[in-house]
Design a protein around this ligand. Structure first.
Ligand code: ADP
Length: 546
């Protein structure tokens, strides 16, 4: 019993409220898409997007019989149709499961079976992938190509076409209100070991995260902004931008399948983009293009860069040569994803450029809604002194409390915190600096590689007695895998034969960039290879082509 209950309306936080607000108040503000199927430019306003989302909602519930709680998946680029799916699927009470097409077909099949997805919406560029996985996904009743009927021939799999399917439906749908804690989205993240883990967002977490991100010290988006999320909609909801943009009436620019420097530059210029978000690899590609062509991106005010640490050279190049403000953010799938964003404080006014660079290379400062503590191996909380490094733990209303149909919950503490697997220190102003990672994964160009899967594959080679994979710095991909091998008695070191062998076992981009041979693998007390020791031994290692 409450001593005295507040007398305010208890309106639930619903994702459908966001699109209704955008349609009513920013109806003509544009969503511009470079269409994935033909690279042509498509443009319409939030009111059109809302109308088509309602047609889609009618189609989902009437034709496909999608019910509350059902999972509907996408394998798709950033586009206006993907945007419509975000709102329609969650709006009818179902769950949108955005699948990363860069995962191996085996992982994608695993995810679609684990989520028990009823339908998959995909871009025609992924037709060969769909043909390879469809027969293994038993719960999927509908495969829908995102475009017109002419795209149906792209797959051998029996498919429907998005435009044909929504065409006959009414552009009005009564979005229901329900419990704001209902599931709305499902995004899988690569685990350290074995299978991907599902993070199940709710309406409440999604709306609160979007609200927080619109603050001027976070993404800081408003009606006059023009946002280009290069970060894919299959990566933690494009960091929430499709929601934040609609909430504020910012113009949204969707790059479709063209994420190369030239493609991005063209869109930035033609749409006068003011704010861009993506991983470092994307910014490196664009920078190379700008340097080669002498072109500029003068409309861009700020860049949100995250997913991996912001390289200093990149920061200097964009800020000093192109007048763009680089803003580093840190977060993760389990955090919706925003945790920290690097925005200076009043006390930083007037500091020297070199001091400023030091500040900007930190992962950022805590966003309201995210609480953080740094703990040592025994779980003792360390001081916020900007020096004491330890394990990062977080809690908050947009942070996962468990994994969807997850077996182990070793990622969560008994007192309600999530263990991020990052190692960092925190200072008295809430600036966090990552110093290491305790999770055994490698992040390359914004995508995860499971070191354990690679090690298991390498152990299958006849000459390999023990294999370990660690991530080492790489100028283009931030990190690439280095394979360390202890050979069997009598075997001769032959790196190429091991790499050739791996090429047949794992995705091409997973194959390590180099192999190093070690006489005796360092082994810890519990019989496991000591990765920390290996990182120390190979700390100065440089990839040959880097
Ligand atoms: P995202 O799509 O935001 O990259 P993931 O869940 O795939 O989310 O990855 C989250 C992990 O990426 C973090 O736990 C951290 O290890 C790494 N990461 C994210 N942002 C940064 C950053 N700014 N600096 C260093 N590492 C980062």
């Amino acid at each position: 019993m409450l001593a005295l209950e507040g007398l305010m309306m208890n309106r639930p936080l619903m994702i459908s409220h966001i699109i209704q607000h955008a349609a009513m108040n920013h109806g003509k503000r544009e969503i511009v898409t470079r269409l994935p199927e033909n690279h042509q430019i498509h443009r319409y306003g939030y009111a059109d997007a809302h109308a088509r989302s309602q047609k889609l909602a009618n189609m989902l519930t009437r034709d496909m019989k999608i019910k509350e709680g059902d999972r509907v998946s996408t394998i798709a680029w950033n586009s206006h149709r993907h945007f419509e799916l975000y709102y329609a699927v969650s709006g009818v009470g179902a769950v949108i499961n955005t699948v990363n097409p860069r995962l191996s077909p085996q992982h994608i099949i695993w995810i679609l079976n684990h989520s028990q997805s009823k339908a998959v919406f995909f871009d025609s560029t992924f037709a060969p992938l769909i043909d390879g996985i469809a027969e293994h996904c038993k719960t999927v009743k509908n495969w829908v190509v995102m475009g017109g009927g002419e795209l149906r021939g792209a797959t051998k799999t029996q498919t429907d076409a998005y435009e044909d399917m929504i065409a006959g439906h009414k552009a009005s749908y009564d979005w229901p209100d329900f419990d704001e804690n209902a599931a709305a989205g499902l995004c899988y993240t690569s685990g350290t070991t074995g299978d991907p883990k599902g993070v199940l967002y709710s309406h409440r977490s999604t709306v609160l995260h979007a609200l927080a991100s619109t603050s001027s010290d976070v993404i800081g988006v408003g009606a006059s902004g023009v946002l280009l999320p290069v970060v894919p909609m299959f990566h933690v909801n494009a960091w929430g931008i499709p929601y934040a943009a609609a909430m504020t009436g910012a113009k949204l620019v969707m790059p479709g399948a063209r994420l190369d420097g030239e493609g991005l530059h063209e869109l930035i210029e033609s749409e006068q983009v003011s704010y861009v978000a993506g991983v470092p690899t994307v910014w490196l590609g664009l920078l190379q293009y700008l340097k080669q062509t002498g072109k500029r991106i003068d409309s861009v005010d700020r860049v949100l860069i995250g997913g991996s640490a912001l390289p200093e050279a990149l920061l200097r190049a964009y800020e000093d040569e192109y007048g763009v403000r680089m803003q580093q953010g840190w977060g993760m799938t389990e955090m919706s994803p925003l945790g920290t964003v690097n925005v200076p404080l009043p006390k930083h006014a007037g500091i020297s450029r070199e001091e400023e660079i030091k500040v900007k290379l930190k992962q950022g400062r805590l966003v309201f809604g995210v609480e953080m503590r740094i703990v040592d191996d025994e779980g003792n909380v360390l001081p916020r002194d900007g020096e004491s490094s330890g394990h990062v733990q977080v809690r908050g209303p947009w942070i996962a409390s468990a994994y969807y149909r997850g077996a182990g919950d070793e990622s969560f503490t008994d007192d309600g915190w999530f263990k991020t697997g990052d190692v960092a220190h925190l200072d008295e102003d809430g600036f966090m600096t990552i110093t290491d990672r305790s999770k055994d994964v490698i992040k390359t160009g914004g995508e995860w590689i499971s070191s354990i899967d690679l090690e298991n594959a390498a152990m299958g080679h006849k000459d390999v007695a023990l294999a370990a994979v660690i991530g080492r710095a790489h100028p283009k991909w931030q990190e690439r895998p280095l394979l360390i091998v202890q050979l069997r008695e009598g075997a001769k070191p032959d790196a190429q034969s091991i790499l050739d062998y791996l090429s047949g076992q794992v995705a091409k981009w997973w194959v390590p960039d180099a192999v190093e041979f070690i006489d005796a693998m360092p082994i810890g007390a519990t019989g496991k290879v000591l990765k920390t020791k290996l990182r120390e031994i190979y700390k100065d290692f440089k990839f040959p082509d880097a």
